[in-house]
Design a protein around this ligand. Structure first.
Ligand SMILES: Nc1ncnc2c1ncn2[C@@H]1O[C@H](COP(=O)(O)OP(=O)(O)O)[C@@H](O)[C@H]1O
Ligand SMILES: [Mg+2]
Length: 364
């Protein structure tokens, strides 16, 4: 059957960029999203309902040829309900794994993928015992629902213990070694249901206050093959279809896996203008059963997130190589409201253009 309509659970900026990338291929998007002013609403058919609304999910099945999601905190039950009626990609098993930091790190370990040492924490006593193994500093995280650094705390000394527990609660957490990484990178891959797999060049990522600020496409990175071998194991284990991202810490001893995202990823937004086929298009191609496109970078490229508010459009667009992405969200402190991608002919030019854009960002 030729796929024409892709149902998406969630209607944020990722759904918006997925929908936009689908149109030239003849793919339309339908979003299931409770927010009336959802980012993707102007570019997709909108079913306004909760993610676990049975009737809405039935409508989604009736109007879609295949179903995917744009964020991993979709209720597990919804994914299974949908999968019992329609093809759902990626496989719902990938959701279950990525929703719980403990099962995620357990899977990585089983697949021979190195991770920071981790311990489950379900009480203050567990935390104290765990800290004996990790020492200070260590990172306490809720197992579920964390994003953009929310639901986690760095514990630097005894006094931090109770403060961190106030933040995370005493149940269902994990404690990790604090990794003094040399840099943070991510690998994004796409796999088709026939098992064809393509990898993007590694992205080098900078976070501030737990939020991604800056992502740069690397060229012939020495860690590329190591990262590909890690993500390939996960893709094959889960018989994955679609785009998968893996966040990594680079250390002198090798890469450590931090977390995976079974979806398109913020560190891959530069692929829209910076690579031959964007992560969004490759995800749509994969779920629609179409051949995957080249992931090659077109040249030096990087992305700056717009946090809190957008910079002035005219000023940004006056800078050559700059691409403006406004998600149409209301400004709010700490909120991702858009991003700017910058392309250039060589590294020095890229650095110059980035500097010019940074000066225009309200939050940098
Ligand atoms: N074990 C760790 N050691 C050092 N820094 C960490 C560790 N875990 C997380 N961080 C920092 O916090 C950021 C957010 O943590 P992450 O586990 O990726 O959660 P989120 O789901 O919020 O992205 C990471 O990108 C990294 O900068
Ligand atoms: Mg992360």
């Amino acid at each position: 059957m030729s796929i024409r309509t892709v149902g998406i659970l969630g209607g944020g900026q990722l759904a918006r960029m997925l929908a936009l990338s689908g149109y030239p291929l003849g793919l339309e998007a339908v979003i299931l999203e409770p927010a009336p002013d959802a980012c993707a609403a102007p570019v997709a058919r909108h079913i306004k309902a909760r993610y676990d609304d049975i009737q809405a999910m039935e409508t989604l099945c009736d109007t879609s040829d295949v179903i995917t999601w744009e964020f991993e905190n979709v209720p597990d039950k919804s994914a299974h309900f949908l999968a019992s009626r329609k093809k759902v990609y990626p496989p719902p098993a990938a959701l279950a794994v990525s929703q719980d930091r403990f099962s995620e790190k357990t899977l990585f370990t089983r697949l021979g993928i190195a991770v920071p040492a981790f311990h489950t924490v379900d009480s203050r006593e567990d935390l104290v015992n765990g800290l004996e193994k990790t020492g200070f500093p260590a990172v306490l995280k809720t197992r579920r629902m964390g994003y953009d650094g929310k639901g986690q705390a760095v514990i630097r000394n005894e006094e931090d213990i109770d403060r961190s527990l106030q933040l995370t609660g005493t149940h269902s957490c994990i404690l990790e070694d604090f990794v003094p990484f040399t840099r943070e990178i991510s690998i994004i891959a796409a796999r088709s249901n026939s098992g064809e797999t393509v990898f993007y060049p590694l992205s080098e990522n900078t976070h501030r206050d737990g939020i991604l600020r800056y992502a740069r496409c690397t060229f012939n990175d020495p860690r590329q093959k190591e990262a590909e071998s890690m993500i390939r194991r996960i893709l094959n284990e889960l018989s994955y279809t679609g785009v998968l991202a893996l966040e990594l810490f680079d250390t002198p001893g090798g890469l450590l896996a931090n977390e995976m995202a079974p979806r398109v990823h913020n560190s891959g937004h530069w692929t829209i203008e910076g690579s031959v086929t964007s992560q969004f298009e490759n995800h749509m191609r994969a779920v629609a059963g179409l051949p995957l496109g080249s992931t090659a970078a077109r040249g030096p490229v990087a992305m700056l997130n717009c946090i809190g508010a957008m910079p002035d459009r005219e000023q940004v667009l006056a800078i050559e190589g700059a691409h403006y992405h406004d998600y149409g969200k209301k400004p709010r402190v700490g909120r991702k409201v858009g991003h700017i991608t910058v392309c250039a002919a060589h590294d020095a030019e890229l650095a110059e253009r980035l500097e010019a854009i940074r000066r225009l960002l309200p939050d940098s």
